[in-house]
Design a protein around this ligand. Structure first.
Ligand SMILES: [Fe+2]
Length: 281
């Protein structure tokens, strides 16, 4: 394999900008655009939360596959950070023991994983596990206020066709054993997640909360929005590391996988959009 140069990397970055970052699910997500400004009905929010819970729960399968298929121990650790945090291990701040982190940790323990209080940064290494800190359980709390029970959320049987397609694509691409395919899908997912959809969801849900269910807990959404804000700054460095790194990297596979992953993401939102248009008042 010929040595890669900085100008090769520039060309690769250009391809990413042109072929991935222009994807409609990043630049123009119809459902989220509507959701942000809508006067949501209970029915609409209930359907959305149920479908989101299927994605959130099945994401664990993809994340486990990503962990198993990690290309080196560092990548395995990075994948486990996300997996363990998803199921309820609270991040421990990476900084030295400061007054703030000490008191924050005390709050974590007391509130047993309340998403309004648990850390959005740090490591699961040495962190505390709480059932209540599982992201799925945060969604259950929202569901409860909407009249959804455990029996209505999180399983394949609760998912519509498009959200399930998205989950399957995550498993196939994001959890792929091939380094370039996995990396392309990860890059796609991170950039979609950083494109602002959490903020759009929060805006719509806040309006719904004010008008309809005042005690609706939005911690699941605000916590993830905070995390994404931090992730976005890392991606450029990560890209350089994998391009010039020690593992065999195939640019075309990366781009193709990224595109397919974004098509999967788009299918999820398209499914929700089709459903809401079909049920428009
Ligand atoms: Fe999560």
């Amino acid at each position: 394999m010929a040595e890669r140069s900085q100008s090769d990397f520039k060309a690769f970055q250009k391809r990413i900008e042109q072929e991935l970052l222009t994807h409609r699910v990043i630049v123009n997500n119809e459902y989220c655009k509507w959701f942000e400004k809508a006067d949501l009905t209970l029915e609409e929010v209930r359907y959305f939360v149920a479908q989101f819970s299927v994605f959130s729960n099945l994401f664990l399968v993809a994340q486990l596959k990503k962990t198993i298929n990690a290309v080196d121990l560092d990548e395995m650790h990075a994948a486990k950070e996300i997996l363990a945090n998803e199921i309820g291990v609270i991040f421990r701040p990476p900084t030295r023991e400061s007054e703030i982190s000490r008191s924050k940790r005390a709050a974590d323990a007391e509130n047993e994983g309340d998403p309004d209080l648990v850390n959005t940064e740090g490591t699961v290494d040495g962190g505390t596990f709480k059932f209540k800190a599982a992201h799925f359980e945060w969604l259950l709390l929202i569901g409860e206020r909407l009249g959804l029970t455990f029996q209505d959320m999180g399983r394949r049987s609760h998912g519509s066709e498009e959200p399930l397609f998205f989950c399957d694509e995550l498993e196939r691409l994001y959890g792929n054993e091939n380094f370039s395919i996995g990396a392309g899908a990860s890059f796609a997912v991170e950039n979609w997640a950083a494109a602002g959809f959490w903020k759009q969801l929060i805006a719509g849900l806040k309006t719904f909360k004010e008008t309809t269910i005042q005690d609706l807990p939005l911690g699941f959404f605000t916590w993830h929005d905070k995390v994404e804000g931090q992730h976005a700054t890392h991606t450029q460095k990560e890209l350089e590391d994998l391009y010039f790194g020690p593992h065999e990297f195939n640019e075309d596979q990366f781009i193709i996988s990224g595109k397919e992953m974004l098509d999967g993401v788009a299918a999820f939102w398209d499914g929700l959009n089709t459903h809401r248009l079909a049920h428009t008042r």
